[in-house]
Design a protein around this ligand. Structure first.
Ligand SMILES: *[C@@H]1O[C@H](CO)[C@@H](O)[C@H](O)[C@H]1NC(C)=O
Ligand SMILES: *[C@@H]1O[C@H](CO)[C@@H](O)[C@H](O)[C@H]1NC(C)=O
Ligand SMILES: *[C@@H]1O[C@H](CO)[C@@H](O)[C@H](O)[C@H]1NC(C)=O
Ligand SMILES: *[C@@H]1O[C@H](CO)[C@@H](O)[C@H](O)[C@H]1NC(C)=O
Ligand SMILES: *[C@@H]1O[C@H](CO)[C@@H](O)[C@H](O)[C@H]1NC(C)=O
Ligand SMILES: *[C@@H]1O[C@H](CO)[C@@H](O)[C@H](O)[C@H]1NC(C)=O
Ligand SMILES: *[C@@H]1O[C@H](CO)[C@@H](O)[C@H](O)[C@H]1NC(C)=O
Ligand SMILES: *[C@@H]1O[C@H](CO)[C@@H](O)[C@H](O)[C@H]1NC(C)=O
Length: 350
């Protein structure tokens, strides 16, 4: 996850040098193609989330119904010896009951709060969709375009203030750690880099089955993942977390081993497989991306039905399409514990 686009010919553009390419480069490129085309069975699971070298401006077609991060501000520099309280913040986005299959759906939004002892000021930090969940989960099928069109950026938002009532009333506002101003400043640098390189929201976690230890094919990349990454970073920087139960919402799909289909150009371009292109568009046709969260959940239920009947799902991940041979129980929304990290548990690049 950590290395920004290394070993990835699609991102850094190392292979796109064109006329200046030395012959050995071509040889290497061919070698790479040969390995890439080799055994699909030798894939790395879960598929690593692709990091980018910078964040592009969203396409003007994507128009937010609610302005992203309206009161956002740069992360302040704290005094090194300040004492900063860190809060776990969680609030329901939507809750409802759907039969026995999906049970009680509890979709929570996660964020982190900070409070400076020296200034008394407090802050909220969260990561969320620029154009809402529906737009990150389903594409637009635009008549003038052959390929499905995605408005799926997500980003970090930092602003002054913690709206206590918003988090406390139906959710959580609880102290999880106390850090120094110095640690906070180091975290801020990491957040900036994380925000520039991890730019696309991924709704689904895809696994082979709900049992423990089952293979994970794809990891989601959402608000809770950002909170978990930040906690992990803080632990690496020496923060000690309290021992409390911390649960998160995860939206699962269950499938056999996924098959790689290709990217936008290779599928929907002039040389693409028309049958496949049509199948993908047909799959997405019933799902409307410009939705409220409530409508989004209704769309999920529609997917649920489609998936049970046809046992197929076309997943878009890292701007590439994958076929998922769906398996029982197909789709699940859980609210499970992911414990707070232990101090200096792991070392990571990012
Ligand atoms: C989703 O994207 C469409 C297209 O830009 C936009 O019209 C709509 O407002 C977006 N939905 C939300 C909830 O922001
Ligand atoms: C993250 O990137 C978005 C989009 O460029 C920007 O609006 C936001 O302020 C950034 N967040 C932080 C915490 O720097
Ligand atoms: C954050 O600051 C506001 C304004 O001073 C205050 O009302 C609120 O209780 C504070 N919340 C926390 C968790 O510190
Ligand atoms: C808490 O839940 C109740 C009942 O669903 C709702 O009326 C209220 O607006 C919620 N409070 C907040 C701060 O979201
Ligand atoms: C965490 O690990 C790093 C690298 O091993 C080490 O330099 C650092 O001192 C550790 N921090 C704490 C607080 O133990
Ligand atoms: C799409 O896939 C083709 C064929 O595998 C590859 O040549 C091309 O660079 C890819 N395009 C992008 C934008 O990744
Ligand atoms: C095109 O895609 C369809 C559906 O995925 C597949 O059955 C067919 O074999 C593909 N054709 C070619 C020439 O790859
Ligand atoms: C949190 O998750 C644990 C196990 O993952 C579960 O036993 C517990 O009931 C969950 N708590 C809530 C409030 O749902």
């Amino acid at each position: 996850m950590a290395q920004a686009g290394s070993a990835d010919p699609g991102v850094g553009g190392h292979w796109a040098a064109g006329p200046r390419c030395a012959p050995w480069r071509w040889a290497l490129a061919l070698l790479w193609l040969a390995t890439a085309a080799g055994g699909p069975s030798r894939r790395q699971w879960p598929v690593p989330y692709k990091r980018f070298s910078f964040r592009p401006e969203p396409d003007p077609y994507c128009q937010a119904k609610y302005t992203f991060c309206p009161t956002g501000s740069p992360i302040p520099v704290m005094k090194g010896d300040d004492v900063i309280e860190v809060f776990r913040l969680q609030t329901p986005v939507w809750e409802f009951k759907y039969g026995n299959l999906l049970g009680h759906l509890k979709i929570m939004h996660d964020a982190i709060g900070f409070k400076s002892t020296l200034t008394g000021k407090n802050y909220t930090m969260e990561w969320y969709e620029l154009f809402q969940l529906g737009n990150c989960t389903f594409p637009h099928l635009r008549p003038e375009m052959n390929a499905p069109f995605w408005c799926n950026q997500g980003a970090a938002c930092f602003f002054e203030g913690i709206d206590d009532i918003h988090w406390k009333e139906n959710g959580t506002l609880v102290l999880v750690a106390t850090i120094s101003g110095n640690t906070f400043n180091q975290m801020a640098k990491w957040v900036k880099r994380d925000n520039e390189t991890g730019i696309y929201y991924e709704t689904w976690t895809v696994q082979a089955s709900p049992t423990k230890g089952a293979e994970t094919w794809f990891e989601s990349y959402d608000c809770s993942k950002f909170v978990l990454r930040t906690y992990k970073k803080l632990a690496e920087l020496g923060a000690e977390f309290k021992k409390i139960e911390t649960n998160y919402t995860r939206i699962f799909l269950y499938s056999g081993e996924p098959t790689y289909l290709g990217n936008e150009t290779s599928i929907f371009g002039p040389t693409g497989n028309k049958t496949l292109a049509l199948a993908i568009k047909r799959f997405y046709y019933p799902f409307k991306p410009h939705l409220s969260t409530k409508e989004f959940l209704l769309s999920i239920l529609q997917i649920f039905d489609a998936v049970i009947i046809h046992r197929e799902f076309y997943l878009f991940y890292n701007f590439e399409y994958w076929f998922l041979p769906m398996k029982f129980p197909f789709i699940k929304i859980t609210y499970e514990e992911i414990p707070l990290p232990k101090r200096n548990e792991t070392l990571s690049g990012l």
